[in-house]
Design a binder for this molecule. Structure first.
Ligand SMILES: [Zn+2]
Length: 235
């Protein structure tokens, strides 16, 4: 017996169309917005660091903290991308209390210096669906080409990096001077934001890295190979 293939096919096509339309309707506005231009300049912040709670203006898991020197950049990102920070600083506070996840980051992780965040969509989803569209845009903004993050970012973990990517999480870490585990870096590279942008621009045309760290030292490992990023480059 022949099945009525035409009507069924047509029904399926209509169902697919309806599903596509409903997905499109669910897309956040930001998913279709033009991409942000890359940071035009960066600067090196030598002001004293401090591990502080992430403010409410940056959606985050309760208790998450970071070095305050990356807060303006994070706030700028949160205003443009629907992010939710799931982890920032990971380690002890002066009073002995532990912040962040325990033993969940690789050796030499920038999380131990409060200069990295893990990000998921504000509307959570554990599969790579439309909720991740804006996060993917953010990842590509910070790292347009694999293993070549745009300054001030030191390491970007997303598609192509084990344990990261659409449906998992995005890792962003900022360039900083060598610092031992659980210690604050002497300087942090950031992109200028807001009213202070004019004065925040680095001297000269291009940002110049002060005393670039020679390599793995104390607690961070700068990516200098230009090859495949091994696990453990700031995750
Ligand atoms: Zn991370």
């Amino acid at each position: 017996m022949r099945s009525p293939t035409f009507p069924l096919t047509r029904l399926r096509a209509l169902a697919a169309l309806a599903a596509a339309l409903s997905c499109a309707a669910l897309l956040p506005v930001s998913a279709t917005a033009a991409p942000e231009p890359p940071p035009s300049s960066t600067r090196f912040v030598y002001a004293a660091g401090l591990i502080v709670p992430i403010p409410a203006s940056i959606p985050h898991e309760e208790g998450d903290m970071v070095d305050r020197r990356i807060l303006p950049d994070l706030r700028w990102i949160a205003q443009r991308y629907p992010i939710y920070v799931t982890d920032g600083y990971s380690g002890p506070l002066p009073d002995g209390e532990h912040v962040g996840c325990n033993n969940c980051h690789v050796k030499g992780s920038d999380h131990y210096n409060g200069l990295a965040v893990d990000i998921v969509p504000a509307e959570p989803s554990s599969i790579c669906d439309s909720h991740w569209t804006a996060i993917t845009r953010l990842a590509l903004w910070a790292e347009p080409r694999q293993n070549m993050p745009v300054p001030p970012f030191r390491w970007v973990g997303y598609n192509g990096d084990a344990g990261h990517g659409c449906g998992n999480h995005l890792h962003l870490s900022w360039n900083h001077s060598p610092a031992a585990r659980y210690e604050l870096a002497e300087w942090v590279e950031v992109f200028p934001v807001g009213a202070g942008e004019g004065e925040a621009k680095p001297r000269g045309k291009k940002a110049r890295a002060p005393k670039a760290p020679p390599g793995p030292m104390g607690g961070i490992s700068q990516v200098t190979t230009g090859g495949l990023s091994p696990r453990g480059t700031g995750d």
